[in-house]
Ligand binder design. Structure first.
Ligand SMILES: NC(=O)c1ccc[n+]([C@@H]2O[C@H](COP(=O)([O-])OP(=O)(O)OC[C@H]3O[C@@H](n4cnc5c(N)ncnc54)[C@H](O)[C@@H]3O)[C@@H](O)[C@H]2O)c1
Length: 267
């Protein structure tokens, strides 16, 4: 692939968790095209191998909820490229159920993946990162906008937003910046059920800019936060959502429960 159109990340080493799909993969592509060396980290070995080859980068199979495997993943990036300058923490997933029906193991799984996974990633990235580096956590519109049925996901992502601010305070003396991005609905494998009608119509009704996001919308913001263009920005949660935070979150839970009721009726 062509690299270095503007060279904004020339000579830098970047690690991306959740880098084998969707938002993380698009960020990796953008960083590579701006001259960075990339290390993709993901739990999905097959997708990881395919995309690491495409990007001419390094890959490491790791579960972000496992501390020793995240420590090893960071070491792999440092060993491959002589250091670490940029880290993006994008591994994540959701689960939809009303609180009264939400199994404890699902609550724990989502908190573990979306919040503890970011903690473990930042802990080991920051230990090995060069001074002056940049860490970007992928939070969500749901860090600030509640959604019925999303108790675990909303709580985890709100936690990521606050964790980001604490990390920015602690790492500021090393000139390491820590920011988060709050994407609205972005068309990726994670959101296939939401980006199709009828739910997509509700999302569009609640998006002032009138369209659903694409991964490159988030990559644009992630490039800004990784580059020197944002050298005085830290501890921030940047909304990239077409303005959706100004309105209300669509009734996803109601749609999911209606679909479940219909499938029970037709079974
Ligand atoms: N797509 C959206 O609309 C949207 C909106 C807001 C926030 N987000 C957040 O953006 C991030 C990326 O989402 P996406 O839409 O690109 O999803 P995606 O499913 O396309 O990609 C997520 C990647 O994370 C990996 N992953 C899952 N569990 C892992 C684990 N334990 N360890 C390592 N890797 C793991 C998956 O294998 C996958 O490659 C997530 O944190 C998600 O919560 C997405």
């Amino acid at each position: 692939m062509s690299t270095n159109p503007n060279g904004r990340l020339e000579g830098r080493s970047a690690l991306i968790t959740g880098g084998a799909s969707g938002i993380g993969l698009e960020i990796a592509r953008r960083y590579r095209s701006e001259g960075a060396s990339v290390t993709l980290v993901d739990i999905n070995r097959e997708a990881l191998d395919a995309h690491a080859a495409e990007l001419g980068g390094t890959s490491y199979v790791a579960d972000v909820t496992d501390e020793s495997s995240m420590e090893d993943a960071v070491a792999a990036a440092v060993n491959a490229y002589g250091g670490l300058d940029i880290a993006v923490n994008a591994a994540g997933a959701g689960f939809v159920a009303p609180i009264t029906e939400l199994p404890l193991e699902e609550w724990r799984r989502i908190l573990d993946l979306c919040l503890t996974g970011v903690f473990l990633s930042v802990k080991h990235e920051a230990r090995r990162m060069n001074d002056g580096g940049s860490i970007i956590n992928i939070a969500s519109l749901n860090a600030i906008q509640p959604a019925e049925g999303f108790a675990a996901y909303c709580s985890a992502k709100a936690g990521v937003a606050m964790f980001t601010k604490v990390a920015a305070m602690e790492l500021g003396p090393r000139s390491i910046r820590v920011n988060a991005i709050a994407p609205g609905l972005v068309d990726t494998p994670l959101t296939a059920a939401l980006t199709a009608p009828p739910l997509s119509d509700e999302f569009l009704d609640n998006a002032p800019l009138g369209r659903i996001g694409v991964p490159s919308d988030i990559a644009d913001a992630a490039l800004f936060l990784a580059s020197d263009d944002s050298s005085w920005v830290t501890g921030d949660l940047l909304s990239v959502d077409g303005g959706a935070h100004t309105r209300r979150y669509p009734q996803v839970l109601a749609a999911v429960m209606a679909a479940e009721a219909a499938s029970v009726t037709t079974d």
